[in-house]
Ligand binder design. Structure first.
Ligand code: C5P
Length: 222
């Protein structure tokens, strides 16, 4: 690798989970480690891009070559940071596992138990960052991720068209792949084409993904 496929391009990457606070000590999160997104940011920088990384709560060092990192916690803050940086981005790669729901109210005090009575949490749907970006004009070349446990191709292609994306990278989660795993395998789809990136380390896959993104970007915006 080391080829400068993304030379002169500004790439915005989101990575990691989001945490949605319930009260001052509890939150709803997910098992995304951020490793895939951080590897994508590193690979994009190695391919010559100027990279901004918006990171959810992860314990990972900023990858070599990444120009700017913005740390956020909730989906709402991630959306703000991504929208603020998207004006100056040519490509957005949404690798973050954004929480779909958040507690409708964040309790100011720690919630207490109530003698065995069930606790009911009202959840509000979070905005879809990718969809919102796709609705702004002009907007960067949009690459989404889809983590699925089954029917990967069908769900990914549906997401590609429903969210108005230029490319989607789909992976099967579970069985030693995906979340919290070292290895991953990706199926890439774009309007009118696809490519399989077979099982490899997240670093290696990220480098291949970035090469494909560069090629599709040039093909879509000559
Ligand atoms: O629909 P689903 O959550 O599976 O789609 C995953 C893709 O959408 C990822 O690229 C993720 O970063 C993005 N997404 C988003 N905002 C959300 C939910 C998902 O940008 N609220």
């Amino acid at each position: 690798f080391g080829s400068a496929t993304l030379a002169g391009l500004r790439v915005l990457v989101s990575a990691g989970p989001t945490y949605e606070d319930i009260d001052p000590v509890r939150f709803i999160g997910n098992r995304s480690s951020g490793r895939m997104g951080f590897a994508v940011a590193e690979a994009a920088a190695a391919a010559g891009a100027q990279v901004t990384l918006v990171a959810g709560p992860v314990s990972l060092p900023t990858p070599a070559g990444v120009a700017r990192r913005v740390d956020v916690r909730s989906a709402a803050k991630m959306r703000e940071a991504v929208l603020a940086a998207s004006d100056t981005a040519d490509i957005y790669i949404g690798a973050a596992a954004v929480g779909d729901y958040r507690p409708a109210q964040v309790a100011e005090r720690k919630l207490k138990k109530h003698d065995g009575a069930p606790l009911v949490l009202d959840l509000a749907e979070n905005p879809d960052i990718l969809k919102d970006l796709a609705a702004t004009h002009p907007h960067p070349f949009l690459v989404g991720f889809a983590a699925e446990t089954h029917d990967v191709a069908a769900y990914a292609q549906d997401k590609l068209s429903r969210k108005g994306l230029d490319m989607i990278a789909a992976n099967r989660v579970g069985a030693g792949l995906g979340f919290e795993a070292d290895d991953n395998a990706l199926s890439l789809y774009w309007p009118g084409g696809s490519e399989e990136l077979p099982r490899a380390s997240k670093r290696e896959l990220a480098a291949r993904l970035v090469q494909c993104v560069g090629m599709r970007y040039r093909a879509a915006k000559p």
